[in-house]
Design a protein around this ligand. Structure first.
Ligand SMILES: [Fe+2]
Length: 231
């Protein structure tokens, strides 16, 4: 009689990629207003960087936390978020990690976008973005309840452009496979819809870009940063 062969099958998900989704909600509405006021001051002064990835857009120089109290306050919130992230990924040396120079970005009108890029090298271990405003017409107030939040709803197309695109480092290889329906395992990118008070943090090795805005009436504001290990 033939033996009955029994399987003992287990599946492991290899190479996880952490992404922090932190909603500061209504508690940050006043901070957001101060950040926006300071970004506008910086834009009016004409201080801009010419060495970054945005096209048809304005980008500040790095280090706005040394210039504006609002940015220093945001830096502290980013570091609190980063501490949770570092615990999650079991990074052993949390006290030696700091948020480094914050910079602001503003895409104004149709066509403005950011090219495919990564942030930093060497001591940089993570990067991210904070949205001090929603993707709405400049100067309009955001009536949205910022505490009404489901983290899964950030992964969507806005219909008006301006999505943050985060690419799997195996993007090219994964795109050569017909993606099985409903499976996350061959997804090559994720698109994230900007939202006021949303803080996103991810490993520095993830390439990302920003889709072109599709509407001339819109402005897209964001604040970028890196998380660095002190050397
Ligand atoms: Fe970036």
């Amino acid at each position: 009689m033939a033996e009955t062969i029994k399987h003992n099958i287990n599946c492991a998900d290899l190479f996880p990629v952490p992404l922090v989704i932190d909603n500061l909600g209504e508690s940050a509405r006043e901070l957001n207003k101060r950040l926006m006021d300071d970004i506008h001051i910086e834009m009016e002064q004409g201080v801009a960087s010419d060495s970054r990835s945005f096209i048809s857009a304005w980008q500040s120089e790095a280090g706005l936390e040394r210039k504006y109290a609002s940015f220093m306050e945001l830096k502290k919130h980013i570091e609190a978020c980063a501490a949770t992230y570092l615990t999650h990924i079991r990074y052993a040396d949390i006290p030696s990690v700091k948020c480094a120079g914050l910079w602001a970005n503003c895409i104004s009108g149709a066509g403005g976008h950011s090219m495919y890029h990564i942030h930093g090298s060497g001591a940089v271990i993570a990067t991210g973005v904070y949205y001090p405003a929603a993707l709405i017409e400049d100067g309009k107030s955001n009536k949205e309840d910022l505490d009404d939040f489901n983290p899964q709803t950030i992964f969507r197309n806005t219909g008006v452009g301006g999505e943050l695109i985060i690419y799997d480092p195996g993007y090219v290889i994964k795109r050569q496979v017909i993606k099985p329906s409903g499976s996350h395992y061959y997804e090559a990118l994720k698109e994230i819809a900007p939202r006021e008070s949303l803080l996103i943090l991810f490993p520095q090795y993830l390439p990302h870009s920003v889709e072109p805005l599709l509407d001339d009436r819109l402005r897209r504001y964001s604040i970028s940063f890196t998380i660095e290990k002190s050397l």
